[in-house]
Design a protein around this ligand. Sequence first.
Ligand code: CTP
Length: 400
Amino acid sequence: MEKPKVVLGVSGGIAAYKACELLRRLTESGHDVRVVPTEASLHFVGAATWSALSGHPVSTEVWNDVHEVPHVRIGQHADLVVVAPATADLLARAAHGLADDLLTNTLLTARCPVVFAPAMHTEMWEHPATRENVATLRRRGAVVIEPAVGRLTGVDTGKGRLPDPGEIFEVCRRVLARGPVAPDLAGRHVVISAGGTREPLDPVRYLGNRSSGKQGYALARTAVARGARVTLVEANTGLPDPSGADIVRVGTATQLREAVLKAAADADVVVMAAAVADFRPAEYAAGKIKKKDGQEPAPIALVRNPDILAEVAGRRARPEQIVVGFAAETDNVLANGREKLRRKGCDLLVVNEVGERRTFGAEENEAVVLAADGGETTVPFGPKEALADTVWDLVSPRLA
Ligand code: CTP
């Protein structure tokens, strides 16, 4: 079988050195990789490195090997183009359709999925020019993953770091696995809640639940690979950040509600995969609750937490917004699921059967996805990313 052909575009940022690791991962997992650096990027990593690591000649401009028409051929033959790092300048040139070097020519001739992994200083990432260029590229179907937050080139920290090469590799793998189809969530903003809320009793204790957050993270990773801008509202998962998503960390149901409502304001899709505590302690003890000799513990009074899913679905920050809920049921699974779908007012409800033989935190899952329009999709036992992709398969046509 022929190896999948990947073009690795490298533009001129300090993170160019991390692209060597991405290249290694791609070649070692059986991809045929052509590296197309920009002239500026050669200040950071030289052509000899790319040539040696990829086993192909390397050029930055269209005037070498002209008889082979490389400015057309490289893009036409690619199964995937990934640009890492993508600088503000490269994103601007791509958004405006410029073709002033081999990489931008390749971007114009490629008909395969294109992934951009931006890296730059926070100010450049947040500048309205860059925001608009990124939005343009996403609207046209490119996968532009969100930069990571952390230490930048100088002493400063902020958003703009190139995600870990291993994570970019995973995004590439998922995009390639989908084949030559356009990323169907490109240009969409997706908000996903994941994990389980903790409701504090005192400074050292809380009421919590056993949700691992793995299903919500699988939804985030697959949505990134399908081109969405992803906001992941994370409650107490302790899981490594999925690359390409914006992460908002929360602890309690109240904080989760605030974060979800804020992010939902301009979202196309909201998925409530988090296990939200239905109740919280009526009172919070500022000091640690002590046991008292000879006394029974005082009962813990609880109050209701707001139902975030019902609120999001009832509000619909945008009329065309799609709202997806999850339900864990032990018996009468489908009947209870139907009733919950109606009660919460969401468009889709992913119903899991929970019980003794099904453990929280597992890598695999099975479910039935109920739709408000009567649809019912059974997802057989399998990886959580497969269930996540089925959810997006059902969301995507509803967005149109
Ligand atoms: N949910 C929510 N806010 C809450 C409780 C739950 O947004 N306070 C959301 C969950 O994120 C999930 C869905 O509602 O998407 C279903 O949660 P579940 O616990 O199954 O439903 P409940 O409303 O708690 O119903 P019950 O406990 O009666 O089964």
